[in-house]
Design a protein around this ligand. Structure first.
Ligand code: TYD
Ligand code: MG
Length: 487
């Protein structure tokens, strides 16, 4: 019997220490060290292990024949979009998300769809009893799907059971934190257990060709608890996100060995489970507060798909020495940059104001193309003038205040036109990318100063009148600060 080695393992990053300490030096987290037996996943004595001669195996070429159709559709288009076109044989996915966000619901639906399509689909719940899973399936109207169901937590038992009969096409393990293997001593949910259990399941997936989805819990700060270590081992990490109060949920790939990571899948949680949302823009814009200052519609791109979303800003005088900057759904340092450019180049004084910024609908934006829409929303809130309701904005702002072009101009414009928008405020140099008739008026902006002046003009009585009756205003020859051309 190998000597058991007890060490203190960080439950966040997996670093091991000989003695307990308050802070993990590897990831900087406090109070994450727990005592674990890290003897290893093998009970073979070290003396034998080191003497054992390695087994020889065949080496193969890259051009060898692989199985046909390595991908299987899940039957849910939004899920397929995020996985990169369906489940790859022998791959392992980790799905993370807050408790109650709908992970079990999503995966119950996916297994049922696969089972209905004639594949062997297995759902193993370590958290709920079979009756509870059945109840959910009934509620979803999927009780008739031939899903194979079990409430189990022993990895060895699960693998032995699933090795019999036809290879399952999809196996859902809900959740990896509840699984345990006899090969290690630690309690279920600890890093060592989670890692060993995941390793065993991954080995089974690779050997059998089944796709395994592991559900992982997320800690309060949004990381997949414990299984940070698992993230490195699996082929794809998907996170299921959403605001508790809102009905829609976004599935996003944080890592994907078999597809892009910038695609998002959008779902709506209804009384009958998750409904796929094929046109997210309609959803994100459905509850727009038309005509209120501080909101701008951003024409963005998520993966391959254009998504229109409302950006909201509230700029209010502060009584604090250091004004507040609160951001939801966007990079705070990006907001700071836009504020600095507004202040330095456009004469917009914001240092005496609190700034609150929000992306509607719980979407998280990563594109720099949102800069211009954000700036428009901020200035609109500051001067208390609503922006035109039929306008979309996109463009990256450089530190000099110039508006830089962004990719996929025509896809953005097409989406805006489709949703009934009449004009787009876009970078000057992007006009060349627009092939033919864009279907909407293009206002190109070369510099942020131009945009600020135009919005500031909306705040004056004359500008307000122009908002109400643009044609009369045009006749009155309000100096147009935009170069306005109809394509
Ligand atoms: P669940 O899938 O159990 O979440 P997770 O596995 O991520 O913890 O979903 C739980 C929530 O979803 C619960 O608060 C109720 C809600 N829900 C619906 O609104 N409609 C439905 O049809 C189902 C099954 C759940
Ligand atoms: Mg669950």
């Amino acid at each position: 019997m190998a000597k058991s080695t007890l060490s203190f393992v960080c439950q966040n990053c997996g670093a091991a220490y000989n003695r307990w300490q308050g802070k993990c030096e590897s990831c900087g987290e406090w109070n994450t060290l727990a005592e674990e037996d890290t003897t290893g996943a093998t009970s073979m004595p070290v003396s034998i292990r080191s003497k054992r001669k390695g087994r020889t195996f065949a080496l193969e070429s890259l051009t060898g024949k692989s199985q046909d159709a390595p991908r299987t559709s899940s039957g849910m288009a939004e899920l397929d979009r995020v996985t990169g076109g369906g489940f790859v044989r022998g791959s392992v996915l980790l799905v993370g998300g807050d408790p109650g966000i709908g992970k079990s619901t999503l995966l119950t639906q996916a297994t049922s769809m696969m089972a209905r399509a004639g594949h062997r689909a297995v759902y193993i719940s370590g958290e709920e009893a079979v009756a509870q899973v059945r109840l959910r399936a009934e509620r979803l109207g999927l009780a008739d799907a031939p899903v194979q169901l079990a409430s189990e937590t022993s990895v060895e038992d699960i693998i032995s059971t699933l090795s019999e009969g036809a290879v399952p096409r999809l196996i859902v393990i809900d959740s990896i934190q509840t699984m345990w293997t006899d090969t290690v001593e630690s309690a279920p949910g600890t890093v060592t257990q989670v890692r060993a259990a995941a390793q065993a399941l991954i080995r089974f997936a690779k050997k059998s060709g089944a796709t395994i989805i592991l559900v992982g819990h997320v800690t309060k700060d949004g990381q997949i608890a414990g299984p940070r270590v698992v993230e490195h081992m699996v082929d794809a990490v998907l996170s299921f996100e959403g605001e508790g109060s809102q009905q829609f949920r976004i599935l996003r790939a944080a890592k994907n060995r078999f597809g892009a990571t910038d695609e998002i899948g959008v779902f709506e949680m209804t009384g009958l489970g998750l409904r796929e949302v094929t046109n997210p823009s309609e959803l994100f814009l459905s509850e727009r507060d038309l005509g209120s200052p501080g909101t701008a519609v951003f024409a963005g791109i998520e993966g391959t798909r254009p998504v229109l979303v409302e950006l909201q800003a509230l700029v209010a005088p502060t009584s604090l020495g250091t004004p507040r900057r609160a951001v939801v759904g966007w990079d705070p340092s990006r907001l700071s940059m836009v504020l600095a450019v507004l202040e330095a180049h456009c004469g917009v004084k914001l240092s005496g104001h609190d700034v609150y910024f929000n992306v509607a609908g719980g979407l998280r934006i990563q594109e720099p193309a949102a800069d211009m829409a954000a700036a428009a929303a901020l200035v609109s809130s500051l001067v208390n003038a609503p922006l035109p309701t039929d306008a979309v904005y996109f463009g990256e702002i450089s530190l000099s205040g110039a508006v830089r072009p962004v990719a996929q101009t025509s896809a953005r414009l097409k989406e805006a036109a489709k949703l009934g928008f009449g004009r787009a405020i876009l970078p000057e140099s992007a006009r060349g990318d627009v092939g033919g008739d864009a279907g909407l008026t293009l206002n190109s902006v070369g510099n942020l100063t131009t945009l600020v002046a135009e919005i500031a003009a909306l705040g004056t009585p004359r500008g307000r009148a122009a908002q109400r009756d643009p044609e009369a205003a045009e006749k009155n020859a309000t100096p147009a600060r935009f170069r306005r051309e109809t394509s």
